[in-house]
Design a binder for this molecule. Sequence first.
Ligand SMILES: [Zn+2]
Length: 329
Amino acid sequence: MVFILRFFLIVSLILLFLFPVLDTFAVNEEEITYILPYGYPFYEPSLSAKKVYSIKLRFGMSISAVKIFQSNNFIWFMCHKIGDDERFFLPDVFVYYRHDKSRVRDFIVSGLMDRDESAGTGTERYNSYNSSFSRISDISTAPDVISIGIDFPVDKWHPVPLFYEPEDLISIPARYKAPSSVNRDLKLRKEALYWFIEMIDDAENEGIEIKIISAYRSSAYQAILYRRAIKNHGLRQTWVAKPGYSEHQLGTTCDLGTAESGYKLTVDFEHTRAFRWLMENSYRYGIYLSYPKNSAWLKGYNYEPWHFRYKGKSRFNIMSNESETFFTR
Ligand SMILES: [Zn+2]
């Protein structure tokens, strides 16, 4: 019996892999949101299709999606503006889609299709999409506050509500910013800023220099970075997160740098003294590396040794208290 079930599972996986017929996934007039700063949609579901210059879309615009297609290894939505009948097409990289359990099959299939990304084979990715499905929470309405310390994963498959903005953002003092960022108003949530500063001060006392290169980003600003990345590296770029899919929007996350690696966001940062110090100490401040080596299969983002998220100091306290209880028992 188990054998037969397993056989059917394998056969259906192979069939899905060979025949990912996507236009069988009908959508019933659902709302999606356009997430690039501005742009034109396409006449057909194809990257070489003519653009519809009579329709200009802006960041945050709500659109109705009526059907889904597959072309050029992209999911395409057949759409129309609300209250307007003219049909047009948008690839999935142009839109924010509310993760909704009833629609997750589309994401599974899209995972199978992204074969040219560096995140493993189709089957591995199928499994990772499946495991992320079980963790998807319903966040269709934007919360006012995402509490620090709760398990709120943000990665390629777990978005922040698109227009979420924390209320307690505070500007980072100039001396903590990298030279390239000193004229930018970088912000973090109050509690996160406090612990990043504590950590950077303590590192400095041990002769380690750490500076903040980037911190809070609104989804609108992320849209500008996202568009630039698409322009420079194409629609399949994996460097910049989709607006709404970046931990920076939480206001608890920093990109860190040091003079030793020229304050650059490169993998070379891992060879610096600053990085080694962070690996040994950051957790004491409730601060963790978000995208470690070999986690792309799970989180969808490449290794980013510079990207750290404050997850809550109490988390560390709870952990150390638990281990204390454990050892005294
Ligand atoms: Zn980052």
